[in-house]
Design a protein around this ligand. Structure first.
Ligand SMILES: [Zn+2]
Length: 295
């Protein structure tokens, strides 16, 4: 686990070994708009990205850039202030080879955590960019609940860095889906926005239509580990017509936060039942510590 490096920002994070393959392989399926983004949430700053540098300067005069976490003014858009950078905890080796839980000391290559040995997950490997502490929580909540979709740039770059090994082996990126009612209320699926941006950065295909949430589930917040498992059990499915798109593929499953792991485990089981060869998991932040429980 390392503290965030001040030199890393939205434009400067390591893009990984596949940077030469920059291309968006997102499928031009008209249904994508419903699944991933729904109606554009209308962020003014997103509009600003399309108006060029002169327009951008004018735009910043009207709406000065602020820190993604604490909302204090900063010099450039889509970044964190120095104080929030210093408090963001990025996850780096050493960590559990299976679950990505950071170790306080190096146990050697391939070492597993007690959790991974006691209760092996259905996915192969999980990786997270950061610990879900105060700064990461502010970034995620701004993104998810206050429509700051511009946060996707920095979050996706940090995720691409943390998941470099997984991206090297992945055939297709699949976001954890929202149920259509929750998508309608939130207007966008945060995991799909992250998945599309990571696809663009790493040049790995992105398909938000493979996995469907077929049952509305209650919010996981406040539930115990076993309640979370029950809440999402059987909630996901690969429709028969989408099985050819996942058959024999190595899937990289994307979500914003990993808490108990119940959602990504249920998603993984559905993907494996749908014919996927294997599933890895990549999230922006994960809960670490006493409250983690068994993933
Ligand atoms: Zn800040």
């Amino acid at each position: 686990m390392v503290k965030a490096d001040m030199s890393i920002d939205a434009a400067g994070a390591d893009d990984g070994d596949r940077s030469s393959r920059y291309r968006c392989s997102m499928m031009p399926d008209p249904a994508f708009a419903d699944t991933a983004i729904a109606p554009e949430p209308g962020r003014l700053r997103r509009a600003g990205s399309a108006i060029g540098s002169a327009g951008r300067a004018l735009f910043d005069l009207v709406l000065p850039p602020v820190c993604m976490a604490c909302r204090q003014p900063v010099a450039v858009a889509d970044a964190l202030c120095a104080d929030c950078w210093s408090r963001l905890t990025l996850i780096d080796k050493p960590y559990c080879a299976r679950l990505g839980i950071p170790f306080s000391y190096d146990l050697g290559e391939g070492a597993l955590s007690a959790e991974a040995i006691a209760d092996p997950p259905p996915f192969e490997r999980a990786r997270a960019a950061a610990v879900f502490d105060d700064v990461a929580r502010d970034i995620v909540h701004g993104f998810k609940y206050r429509d700051h979709t511009e946060h996707v740039r920095l979050m996706a770059r940090l995720m691409a860095r943390a998941g470099r090994e997984l991206l090297m082996e992945a055939d297709v990126i699949v976001p954890v889906p929202l149920h259509r009612w929750r998508l309608w209320r939130r207007r966008f699926n945060q995991a799909a926005l992250l998945g599309a941006e990571i696809s663009r950065l790493a040049g790995v295909a992105f398909d938000p239509l493979i996995l469907h949430r077929i049952r509305a589930t209650q919010h996981q917040v406040g539930l115990t580990g076993s309640e979370r498992d029950r809440n999402v059990r059987g909630a996901f499915r690969v429709p028969a017509e989408r099985r050819p798109a996942v058959a024999g593929k190595r899937v990289l499953l994307i979500d914003d936060v990993l808490t108990s792991g119940a959602t990504v485990k249920a998603s993984t089981r559905a993907l494996l039942r749908g014919g996927a060869q294997s599933v890895d998991v990549l999230v922006f932040a994960r809960v670490v510590g006493k409250e983690t429980g068994i993933i």
